[in-house]
Every structure is written in structure tokens, then in C-alpha cells.
Design a protein around this ligand. Structure first.
Ligand code: SF4
Length: 445
């Protein structure tokens, strides 16, 4: 059944707003005690007192139950606005409500639909973050997800004169993201392990650990050890995000996960000096060596490179893709893959800030890369689609210019941010991106 048939014949038959993600999927940040269903609705706080007696409430919050009640009658929960906007384009418009429901069996959808809303349901797919400990402070990240970013703000104060960053990502230390000190006991983490031990390990199909840098959290190792010591007790697919930086203990990772089939997700979108500039803390050679060590071990289900497409990565993105292709040629098509995810926030780091002429040059490099590899058996369909989607996005004719009126603000923030980033991190924009230097120097603030 294709996506449109699924929407009309299955999903809309239940209700015009039913979405299985509200029942079966969650992201939970245990450091802040916040949760959401998919990544679109705003996160909300989990009741700390309630989870100590019923850990299933980490996911089954009053807010989610109220949203489920709305979905059963076709009413639209406001937090899911991202999907409603797409669906308002027409009856055949396919929002994430379709994609995020289609991954579950149709019987599970009916079960969710007929379960009384006061009941707690078991999760099928979960992304979890234990804390925000991270040794990197990437340019597009912020203190909510990195202790190194926190240190930058503590040491140097807020970034100043940014006018487009409505979310104030770079002006404070986001202390609410880490309610408890790393050395203190955290009731949310206790509740997660209580739930995991009691029944989550039996019902959960996929568990993805994110961060911060998860491999710098003792709780991640505790969970990996659980899998090792309880081999065969759980069929949950385990996935781990890691920046694979110099400090990550690859020896321990390889030793601890031997015999387990894990997916490892790592972020990068450029090579060499450019990657090191964008992802502050990364040492390109160490990252590349760590990827090779994991590939060499042959013990991972897959290594997945997540590329966050921002203005600065485009000068060497095609070279990173070439590097991934070379790994595919050596280790096999499925050993390593990539996704290209276009950055939305902070918007001043979006590729749309680049001059049209530069975007056209970068677009052409991707066109050349894709033309060369499109028919190769080593490239997945989703990799072709993601590359084509980015090529279309960079097309100055096709891209809607809705941001045009914001452009002076975005350019101001681009220059303001990277000027301060250079000072704080001992970097040099012009040296890292000689192709952009003349344009960058010409931006008046
Ligand atoms: S309706 Fe859309 S925004 Fe809401 S949970 Fe489903 S996929 Fe996410």
C-alpha cells in the first residue's frame, strides 16, 4: 500500500487527525524531564512525583492523553501544527502523521484507537537522552545539548547582537536542560531504568540513545551492559548516537558491544578543516579513523552519517559523500549510509543565507556527484532522494524566497555569530572558508 492509500484507507478511516506516534513513539530528555511524541510538537514536562510511583508516565503524560482524546474524535491537537499545515494543502497532502503511523502494524493502530485514553500504553520506538554532557560545541548546537556550549556561555557571556534568533539559543546556559547534577540521583533516570527492567525491555522495538554525547554518560554504558548481561532477554533494536570524537572510548565500545547488533549514528557534513570549524571539538582524522575502526570490526548493523546541511558544509559536502562512497566500496553498501537533513534552526546558519551564485556553484558540485553515482548499486534509494532534495532546495529558481524579507537580519546574525565564535573558539572564518571570505568580509553589521 503506498503512502496515499495508507492515509485514505487506514489512517483517515480511524479519524482525520489520528497519529500512531502519539501512542507508540516518544523522545524523552531525562536531564530536563521533558518529553514529546515526535520531534515536531513542543516538549512538555513530565510530572516528577507521578513517575516515581508509575514510571510508564514518563511517556503517558496527561498532555499526551489529552492529545490522544482529541485524535480519537478527529480534533487536531495544536502542538501538531507542523502536520496540519501540510494537510491543509489538500486531501492528498502527506504529512509526517502518515509516515510516523505507517511504521506500525495496522492491528497496532486499531488497538491504540480502541484503548481507553486513560490507559497507559507501551512504547514501540523511543529516543532517550540521559544528560547533555558533550565534549563538542558545534556551531549549530546550543547549551541545551552540550556542556561545552554551557562552558562557552559561562566563560564568555551571551552571544550579543543576534536579532533573528528568537529562541535565544546562544544567550543563556539553558539550566532547565539539566535539572540534576551528574553526580546527583535523577528521579527521571531512576524511573526509566525501573520501567526498562519491569516491562519496557519486552515491548520496545527500537531504542535510540542520544545526548549530549551518549558515550560520555555512565547511564549509556549501564544500558549497554544490561544488554550484554541479559543476552536474549530483549529483542529491542539498540541504536546509539555518537560524535565519534577523539575522547570517545572506542576500545570500550567495541569490547562492550561484541555479539550485539547495534546501529551507530554519527554526525558530520564536511571534511577536514571545514568539518573542524563547524563541529568545534572534532578532529577530522580521529573521526575518520574511528569510523574505519567501527567498520573494520564488522560488528555494527550499520554506521549512519547524519549530515546537518548548513551554509558552511556545502563547500566540502561532496567530498564527504565521496569519502562515504569509498567506505561503501570497501566495506559494502549497507555498512555505512548517509542522510542529508536540511538545517532549520538557527535560521541564520541555513544555506539560504549564501549568495545565489555560490549556492549555484555548490549545487552543481552535488549534481555532478549524483550524476556519477545515481545508478551505482552502492547508493541507497534514500541517499539519491536526499541528494536530489538538497539539489532542488539549493535551486535559486525553485526555492521560495519567503525568507527574503528576513535576509538582512539573517546576514547580520551570520556575521555577528561567526565573529564572536572565532574569538571564543580561536578560529578563523576566512582561513577555513577561503571561497566565502570576500562575501563574508563584505557583510556590513
Ligand atoms: S500528528 Fe504529526 S506532529 Fe503530531 S505526533 Fe503525529 S507526526 Fe508528530
Amino acid at each position: 500500500m503506498n503512502d496515499l492509500e495508507f492515509k485514505h484507507k487506514v489512517l483517515d478511516k480511524l479519524s482525520d487527525s489520528f497519529c500512531a506516534a502519539k501512542w507508540y513513539n516518544a523522545t524523552i530528555w531525562l536531564g530536563s524531564g521533558m518529553t514529546t511524541s515526535c520531534h515536531h510538537p513542543p516538549a512538555h514536562l513530565v510530572d516528577i512525583d507521578k513517575v516515581t510511583t508509575n514510571p510508564r508516565l514518563l511517556h503517558n503524560t496527561d498532555q499526551k492523553k489529552a492529545d490522544r482524546a482529541k485524535m480519537l474524535t478527529g480534533e487536531r491537537p495544536p502542538g501538531c501544527e507542523y502536520c496540519w499545515k501540510i494537510e491543509d494543502m489538500g486531501k492528498d497532502a502527506i504529512s509526517d502523521r502518515v509516515y510516523k503511523s505507517k511504521i506500525y502494524p495496522i492491528e497496532a493502530l486499531h488497538e491504540a484507537f480502541t484503548t481507553p485514553v486513560i490507559n497507559d500504553v507501551n512504547l514501540c520506538t523511543l529516543e532517550i537522552a540521559f544528560d547533555r554532557t558533550c565534549q563538542f560545541a558545534c556551531s549549530y548546537c546550543n547549551p541545551a545539548f552540550s556542556t561545552t556550549w554551557v562552558n562557552d556561555i559561562r566563560r564568555n557571556g551571551p552571544y550579543s547582537n543576534l536579532v533573528s534568533d528568537g529562541r535565544n539559543h546562544f544567550t543563556h546556559t539553558h539550566d532547565s536542560a539539566q535539572q540534576f547534577k551528574i553526580t546527583e540521583s535523577n528521579p527521571y533516570i531512576d524511573a526509566f531504568f525501573a520501567w526498562w527492567e519491569s516491562d519496557l525491555h519486552r515491548t520496545l522495538q527500537e531504542l535510540r540513545i542520544t545526548g549530549g554525547e551518549p558515550l560520555m554518560s555512565a547511564h549509556t554504558w549501564r544500558l549497554i551492559d544490561w544488554f550484554k548481561e541479559n543476552a536474549g532477554k530483549s529483542t529491542t533494536r539498540l541504536a546509539i548516537n555518537s560524535n565519534l570524537g577523539t575522547e570517545v572510548d572506542i576500545d570500550r565500545l567495541l569490547a562492550s558491544t561484541q555479539g550485539m547488533a547495534i546501529d551507530l549514528y554519527t554526525s558530520n557534513e564536511a571534511i577536514s578543516t571545514q568539518a573542524e570549524y563547524i563541529r568545534d571539538g572534532l578532529v577530522w582524522d580521529d573521526w575518520a579513523n574511528n569510523v574505519e575502526r567501527l567498520l573494520n570490526s564488522g560488528q555494527f548493523r550499520g554506521i549512519h552519517v547524519m549530515c546537518t546541511i548548513n551554509a558552511l558544509c556545502l563547500s566540502t559536502l561532496d567530498q564527504l559523500l565521496e569519502c562515504i562512497i569509498n567506505w561503501k566500496l570497501e566495506y559494502g553498501r549497507d555498512a555505512i549510509s548517509f542522510t542529508l537533513n536540511i538545517l532549520r534552526f538557527p535560521s541564520f546558519q541555513s544555506p539560504l543565507v549564501l549568495p545565489e551564485q555560490t549556492r549555484t556553484v555548490y549545487r552543481q558540485r552535488l549534481v555532478t556527484w549524483l550524476e556519477h553515482w545515481i545508478d551505482s548499486e552502492f547508493v541507497h534509494e534514500h541517499e539519491v532522494n536526499h541528494t536530489q532534495r538538497l539539489i532542488d532546495y539549493l535551486d535559486v529558481v525553485k526555492t521560495p524566497h519567503s525568507e527574503a524579507f528576513e535576509m538582512p537580519k539573517l546576514l547580520n546574525d551570520f556575521k555577528q555569530f561567526y565573529t564572536q565564535y572565532d574569538q571564543r573558539r580561536s578560529k578563523d572564518f576566512g582561513a577555513a572558508f577561503p571561497e566565502l571570505k570576500e562575501w563574508y568580509d563584505s557583510i556590513q553589521v
